[in-house]
Unconditional design. Structure first.
Length: 608
């Protein structure tokens, strides 16, 4: 059976046909679609876990019980899950356990650009890398087999282009069903990591690594592609595709298992070619490990360390290294003529009103103890990961920090305890992010009596990654109704006394809640609740501006709504973008009542 599949879809099919029983993840681009596709198989348990650490622990528990288990996450997600992941390496498993790690070269959708191949070395576990959708599918069976054969979790590394590019994939016609039953084999020396047992397991890990290195020499996805022997290229993953296009005649060592590396195979390849160029994205991971073998190679002297590679970048590296003539340079697309648009919140976004209320209140309210004369408002806003991070841009200017999931509350606590001059600090966090990693810092803030303002933006979904469910929605990853976790119950349960729940689209309520929080000399929490506009099926009547009433005061423009535009010295509303009465924040703000719903004719439903 053949299907046109993205890399993520191929991973899902490959894991299914490899016999997985349990899959867990937290959504994060570019890995999100893996679990979304696995969740469609009725005979696999799939869940959106509260966070990546929990996903790793769920999969590890399933693997301890003898089932094949999968966890998928993006590169910063593995940071969150590193503690149980390192434990999995130490204890080993029973059923196969595979961790799909999606790196994001070019930081298309992440707060950092990191190369997680190094974590395989840290954990001393095997690392596999597919170079197209077919290999993404095939590699899952190899990964689970390696995991069970060597009693270890296995990392399968993908990148944005592998995850999202499509290719025709030849699928098997049946699903592998492991013969052994799902049952936990009691073995305290293996699974209970008190120091005496941990020391014994360390020796086993080192011996396992030696055996894995021997295995890599004959691993089927490590292979020679011999051509012109004047140039040999060692590469892996998506970099192989770029290199093959630019150097079609060269000899290749195409690596599908990149840790431990097949040293004998690399030495043999080096003996058969005159010069070796290593082509890889981000860090010189392969290059440094090959140089450590005493084999002379070149690579990052010419290949960029930053961002994604493409055929043009590889061609330029070849020219710089003297391996290609100048005419091989590919034409570069001129992007200067394309219109430029900063990322903005969607029209009708449930975050807009709060940001506007917060921004204007910071200028308007007198905060006790704040400096009288300041170029900036007497307020600091610590932000978090989510689409609300776009509030950083003008005209809202409503965010001062953003580092990682769940950090906003802890950072606000730290600022207050450090004695920040602007003594009101606001922490902004989304509903999914709060459940992911915001609960524990809120507990810490309550316990340590931090007089901060915590604002939880609850739009009932994990919006930034594609509207996945989370514990607050009451719907599972497989679309089944389940228990909905109430954020306000959590907030009250940890001891917060000052709690307000407000409608995201009622400006006066927002302004009142913000004002009250500013005037409250203790920790307070505001839950701002409103639907994400992209999930509303029926749009309302769009608004319009009466030019006779409008005096161009610009107040509506201060919302930063992309539906409200300034064209030819006049403020207008783009009716194709406006969600109308579902939002109506601009209508509420206009002091001259110049913004009203469009009048539609009864006969046609079109503008009068």
């Amino acid at each position: 059976m053949k299907k046109l599949l993205s890399g993520n879809e191929a991973f899902a099919w490959g894991a299914y046909h490899a016999g997985i029983k349990v899959a867990a993840a937290y959504p994060g681009t570019p890995s999100t679609e893996i679990l979304e596709n696995i969740a469609r198989f009725p005979d696999v348990y799939a869940e959106w876990s509260t966070n990546e650490k929990v996903a790793m622990e769920v999969s590890l528990g399933a693997a301890y019980a003898g089932a094949r288990a999968l966890v998928s996450l993006k590169q910063v997600g593995l940071n969150v899950a590193l503690d149980p992941f390192m434990a999995a390496s130490t204890t080993g498993i029973d059923g196969g356990m595979v961790v799909i790690n999606a790196d994001d070269p070019g930081t298309h959708s992440s707060q950092g650009e990191q190369d997680n191949r190094h974590l395989a070395v840290l954990a001393k576990v095997p690392l596999l890398e597919p170079s197209d959708s077919q290999e993404a599918y095939d590699i899952m069976t190899y990964a689970f087999n390696i995991s069970e054969q060597f009693d270890t979790p296995v990392i399968v590394r993908t990148t944005t282009r592998i995850s999202h590019s499509k290719a025709v994939v030849e699928l098997k016609n049946q699903r592998f069903v492991p013969a052994k039953p799902v049952t936990f084999k009691h073995d305290t020396a293996k699974y209970v990591m008190i120091p005496i047992y941990s020391r014994l397991r360390h020796a086993i890990i080192e011996d396992r690594l030696i055996k894995l290195a021997q295995y890599s020499e004959s691993f089927i996805l490590n292979r020679f592609e011999m051509g012109d022997k004047t140039l040999g290229i060692i590469t892996s993953g998506i970099s192989y595709q770029y290199a093959k296009e630019i150097f079609p005649e060269a000899s290749f060592l195409r690596l599908g298992m990149t840790y431990p590396l097949p040293e004998k195979m690399i030495r043999e390849f080096a003996s058969r070619v005159d010069k070796i160029l290593v082509i890889e994205e981000l860090d010189p991971f392969l290059q440094q490990n090959i140089l450590a073998m005493g084999i002379k190679v070149i690579g990052k002297e010419y290949v960029p360390r930053l961002g994604e590679l493409d055929t043009d970048a590889v061609a330029r590296a070849g020219i710089k290294a003297g391996l290609l003539p100048e005419m091989k340079r590919l034409p570069k697309v001129d992007l200067s003529s394309l219109p430029k648009r900063p990322p903005v919140l969607c029209p009708g976004c449930s975050h807009t009103g709060l940001f506007h209320a917060l921004s204007s209140a910071a200028h308007r309210l007198k905060i006790p103890g704040a400096r009288e004369k300041s170029e900036k408002p007497a307020l600091t806003i610590t932000g978090d990961i989510g689409c609300y991070t776009l509030g950083v841009f003008p005209p809202l200017n409503a965010m001062d920090t953003c580092s990682c999931m769940g950090a906003s509350i802890g950072e606000a606590l730290g600022m207050i305890k450090a004695g920040i001059e602007r003594n009101r600090v606001v922490a902004i966090i989304g509903d999914s992010t709060f459940l992911h990693s915001g609960i524990t810092p809120l507990v810490d803030a309550v316990y340590n009596q931090a007089p901060i303002i915590v604002i939880i933006l609850d739009n009932g979904t994990t919006a930034m990654t594609g509207h996945q469910e989370h514990p607050g929605t009451g719907i599972s990853a497989q679309g089944k109704n389940t228990i909905s976790v109430k954020i306000e119950d959590i907030v009250r349960g940890v001891g917060v006394k000052q709690l307000s729940i407000v409608d995201a689209f009622k400006m006066k309520e927002l302004q009142k809640a913000v004002k009250t929080a500013f005037e409250t000399p203790e920790l307070s929490v505001i839950i701002v609740r409103g639907d994400c506009p992209t999930r509303v099926k029926k749009r309302g009547i769009p608004n319009t501006i009466d030019a006779r009433q409008c005096n161009q005061c610009g107040i509506c423009l201060s919302l930063g709504c992309s539906a409200i535009q300034y064209v030819d010295e006049h403020t207008v509303i783009n009716s194709n973008l406006c969600v109308g009465e579902q939002c109506s924040l601009c209508t509420q703000l206009c002091p001259r009542h110049a913004i009203q719903p469009q009048i539609l004719t009864k006969e046609t439903g079109k503008n009068a």
